[in-house]
Design a protein around this ligand. Structure first.
Ligand code: SF4
Ligand code: SF4
Ligand code: SF4
Ligand code: FES
Length: 947
């Protein structure tokens, strides 16, 4: 399908077809299709201004009039449905006259600056004037008009010039229907009517800068500042957003090799033409002045950096790895890959470790986010991945969101979910914090908000399951047919125990038992119940237990194996799913196959011509501990910033300082790179080929839009290092790496770049049985055969509040920023959020004499830091909350090294703290400032040794 073609109105869903005749051509379309769309399908184009196929028809511009045989008048084709036997004319002298008259009125109130307008040649008003043959305007331009209206330039990324507005309302509808924010209205009537962002500037309004209105605007009224600056693009390349696990498809639009705009792709399987502020606008970091594009080396972190050639840097890194292995043993080196990397890069990282280093010391940042998802789902249902596609939510009757904040973390999917909620699906939110979907989102109100105490997830999910079993609301047929009888009986016995009742658990969870019972009944009684969860589930000492508890709940209610239901982990970073799929955990080869499995090892050994060690390697926390104890001496770290993102920062930096050779491959001198001895400049997502796999298991192409500023794609750098180490790799293109993955991994068997180019994206498993992928998993049976119930005993965390640390601190993220913020902080997104704040309930603030924006010290058992206060009812008394996007905030200086029992995923969400009013930064912050300034200086004043 041509993704630029605009059919005028959305497609209809009906199975019933109707046939009509348009301009002499018979056309058959689904019932409910508009005449405009039917004409477009038949190959005719009806002039239009207020209609576009991403929005419901509105019928305001009167340009799309048609004639219907046997009917009087001239109906608007965008709002008139096609019907059997209609005979329609889209062109006639009378229609031409009417349309010209309409266009004259529009043009007489429009500035005549087409030739100098930034969107000249890319403007629907201009196109329509041409289409209706308008050459001059009879009314002149002297009458009343809007040409002097003031331009709003407050938004950092787009402008609003009301003098060019034709009041077609597309922007208003886009904000409502597509984004679900309702920031815009049409104020006034008739000639006075105008678009308003609540009588405020865009920047100060409810607008979240998703860009949907800009995308929908047919004129230059709403336009990207980058287009005003550079002009309209000459060409485009389809690629995938590198920020979050939604995996939106975009067109990178270019002039020469300069990206001037990113526009969401209508055919994108995950985003269907929608975007959020990050993917749409926050790509400026790719050309930011802070990027380092020349390799650097140094002997000690106390030395300035030396800029060297690629050859010298690679040879130095390889010789250090070899020296260290010779001196301290094979196990003294390892690598950390990242969910920021493409599948192909991650695959090569684990390959270089297993085949080049000769050990299994490879881990990934999923360790600190969704490793419990991998473990818990594998155990219960047999596959470490979500069960659905995003579109499935449109068939949900009740949605349960646990420990996730989709409007901030997964905004484009949140818009789709909000649409379903506006259609009437019920909503249950399980979260210690009042996220926006609880009641701060227009036309959405959660039916139940179970405001649990942090760390009591397992107690809560057990109570929900207890109510369902006790009140006879379970789906016994599903359990009988699809689940293991024995494990179910044991679990049933456990869950029925009165200790799991909401009444018994109320003192732990803080959730009124009656409220929990009502929520449990709602979830069990609605036909299709879906569960969406995030890091608020996984980042706990019982993260894996909770994932299994979620699987138990889905099975007991029969909510797996069809559309509208399922277990849906909302993955944080762009390629968390893919990084895990590609074998970046120390115990698993690609496709989640354990390194101890002889047949799997034999397969890889023969393909790789290398021996694979049969025992799991070190996890990140083990690497750090062993570095401190002197056994682990060298780390190759690509795309990950453990010094900012991992818990207990001082422990992490102590470990990094203890190593003899830290090799960092990244775009910027990030926090970890400040402790590095070799810096290998990385390439941005716009500069390389590869694939990302999103939260729905959707594999999408990342395409090289421009030449890498550092000279190489990231996978090429790993390949060079491997060759220098003596383990040869000879890939000529990223596609060859995917071919190898497909050859060695059953769930990827049918995946190739050729197929991805054809299908746009593929949800794995993709194999002989499902050659075009699998949107819904576990349809007739679970991947493991029968679903397995697990006992999920609630074990309170050891992290306790007491007199010294009376509050629980929990963490999360904000829409404008992304993870450690290394990218978004280098964009104009910082205008919305230039520092991390600590949210505190008014009661707790008052008790401590803390006022809005006061500096407050936050002390935990691990360390202390200082942030400004934000006083809000969003958090409950006894709980404080912060984000972690700025390194100087030191959010992870205070988090502890408690972790999930099964996977070591850190307990980021529960830290006992005290909060007090202070006047100066913490000791750590003062030290950090000095250290980082010095390290930045070491780059600036480094010696140049490049040939
Ligand atoms: S950018 Fe998005 S949120 Fe803002 S007004 Fe436009 S559609 Fe609404
Ligand atoms: S700003 Fe654009 S989309 Fe909105 S009413 Fe005006 S012309 Fe239409
Ligand atoms: S929702 Fe996620 S993938 Fe989509 S544009 Fe935003 S950050 Fe990118
Ligand atoms: S396009 Fe049909 S009335 Fe505007």
């Amino acid at each position: 399908m041509d993704d630029t073609k605009d059919f005028g109105t959305p497609s209809a869903n009906s199975n019933k077809l109707v046939t009509l005749n348009i301009d002499g051509v018979d056309v058959t379309v689904p019932e409910g299709t508009s005449l405009m769309r039917a004409a477009s399908v038949a190959g005719f184009s009806v002039p239009k201004l207020c209609a576009t196929d991403s929005l419901e028809p509105f019928g305001s511009c009167r340009l799309c009039l048609v004639e219907i045989e046997g009917k009087r008048g001239y109906p608007a084709s965008c709002t008139t449905p096609a019907a059997d036997g209609l005979v329609v004319s889209t062109q006639s002298p009378k229609l031409a006259e009417l349309r010209k008259g309409v266009m004259e009125l529009y043009i007489s109130d429009h500035p005549l600056d087409c030739l100098t307008c930034s969107t000249n040649g890319d403007c629907e008003l201009q196109d329509m004037a041409g289409a209706v043959g308008l050459r001059d305007v009879r009314y002149g331009y002297e009458g009343e008009n809007h040409l002097d209206s003031k331009k709003d330039e407050s938004n950092p990324y787009f402008t609003f010039d009301p003098s060019k507005c034709i009041v077609c309302s597309r922007c208003v509808r886009a904000c409502e229907e597509t984004q679900g924010t309702f920031a815009l209205t049409i104020d006034g009537r008739g000639f006075e009517s105008k678009v308003s962002a609540g009588n405020k500037d865009f920047k100060d309004s409810e607008c979240v800068s998703c860009g949907a209105c800009v995308q929908a605007c047919p004129t230059a009224t709403l336009i990207e500042k980058s287009i005003e600056e550079h002009g309209t693009p000459e060409k485009k390349v389809k690629t995938t957003c590198a920020y979050c696990g939604v995996g939106c498809s975009f067109n990178a639009e270019l002039q020469g090799d300069k990206v001037v705009r990113m526009t969401p792709n209508k055919d994108g399987g995950a985003n269907h033409g929608h975007s959020c502020v990050k993917g749409r606008f926050a790509w400026g970091y790719t050309t930011h002045k802070d990027r380092i594009t020349t390799p650097m080396i140094r002997k000690s972190i106390k030395d300035p950096w030396q800029k060297v050639s690629w050859e010298e840097a690679i040879n130095y890194a390889a010789s250090e790895i070899k020296r260290i292995q010779q001196k301290y043993g094979s196990n003294s080196v390892g690598a950390i890959s990242s969910s920021r990397c493409t599948n192909e890069e991650v695959y090569l990282m684990q390959k270089i470790v297993r085949a080049g280093f000769g050990n299994n010391n490879i881990d990934t940042c999923a360790r600190v986010c969704h490793s419990p998802t991998g473990y818990g789902l594998k155990q219960t249902i047999g596959e470490s991945a979500g069960t659905q596609n995003f579109d499935s939510v449109m068939k949900s009757d009740v949605i349960m969101i646990i420990g996730a904040n989709p409007t901030d973390g997964h905004p484009v999917f949140a818009s789709q979910m909000k649409r379903r909620l506006r259609e009437g699906a019920k909503l249950i939110i399980v979260d210690p914090r009042e996220i926006d979907l609880v009641g701060n989102t227009p036309h959405i109100k959660a039916d139940y908000h179970l405001k649990l105490r942090p760390s009591t997830n397992v107690a809560t999910i057990n109570s929900i399951a207890h109510v369902i079993v006790e009140e006879g609301l379970s789906d016994q047929n599903f359990v009988k047919e699809r689940c293991e009888d024995e494990s179910f009986k044991i679990w049933l016995n456990f869950i029925k125990d009165p200790k799991n009742s909401p009444e018994s658990m109320e003192s732990e969870t803080g959730i009124p038992a009656d409220l929990l019972r009502k929520a449990a009944r709602l979830f069990a009684k609605e036909k299709n119940g879906s569960i969406y969860y995030g890091l608020g589930v996984t980042e706990h000492s019982q993260g894996s237990t909770m994932v299994m508890g979620i699987a138990n709940l889905a099975m007991i209610t029969g909510n797996v194996g069809r559309e509208g239901v399922g277990i849906n982990p909302l993955r944080g970073q762009n390629n968390v799913q893919g990084a895990c799929d590609m074998g970046s955990f120390p115990h698993e080869l690609p496709g989640y196959r354990h390194v101890s499995d002889l047949a799997t090892r034999a397969l890889f050994e023969s393909a790789w011509n290398a021996k694979i060690y049969d025992e799991p390697g070190l996890r990140i926390p083990n690497m750090l501990d062993e570095a401190i104890s002197g056994k682990f001496k060298s780390l190759y770290c690509e795309g990950e910033d453990i010094a900012q993102s991992d818990p207990d920062t001082q422990h992490v930096t102590h470990a990094l300082e203890s190593m003899e050779c830290v090799i960092v491959q990244d775009l910027f001198l990030n926090e970890t790179a400040m402790y590095a001895h070799v810096f290998l400049p990385g390439s941005s997502f716009l500069e390389k080929n590869g694939t990302f796999t999103n939260a729905e298991r959707r594999i999408s192409r990342v395409r090289k839009v421009m030449a890498p500023k550092n000279g190489y794609e990231d996978w090429e750098i790993t390949q060079m290092l491997s060759n220098a180490l003596g383990y040869p790799m000879h890939y000529k293109h990223a596609s060859e790496i995917m071919d190898e993955v497909a050859q060695l991994t059953p769930t990827f068997k049918g995946v190739s770049y050729e197929k991805l180019d054809k299908l746009e994206s593929i949800q794995w498993p993709c194999n002989d049985e499902f050659p075009e992928g699998t949107p819904t998993m576990h349809v007739d049976e679970f991947v493991r055969g029968k679903g397995k119930f697990f006992i999920t005993e609630y074990v309170p965390t050891v992290e306790k509040v007491n007199g010294k640390f009376p509050l629980i601190m929990t963490t999360g993220r904000i829409l404008a920023h992304y993870n450690v913020g290394a990218q978004t902080r280098r964009t104009k997104n910082s205008e919305w959020h230039d520092e991390d704040l600590i949210e505190i309930h008014p009661h707790d603030a008052e008790e401590r004499g803390i006022n809005e924006r006061d500096w407050v010290g936050i002390n935990s058992r691990s360390g202390d830091t200082v942030l400004r206060a934000k006083i809000t009812n969003k958090v409950q008394p006894g709980v404080v909350y912060t984000t972690f996007h700025h390194p100087v905030s030191g959010a992870n200086v205070i988090t502890t090294d408690n972790s999930d029992w099964a996977t070591n995923c850190p307990e980021f969400k529960v830290t006992a703290v005290q909060v007090t009013k202070v006047t100066q930064p913490s000791n750590w912050q003062s030290k950090y400032q000095k250290f980082s300034e010095k390290q930045i200086d070491f780059v600036k004043n480094g010696e140049e040794k490049v040939n």
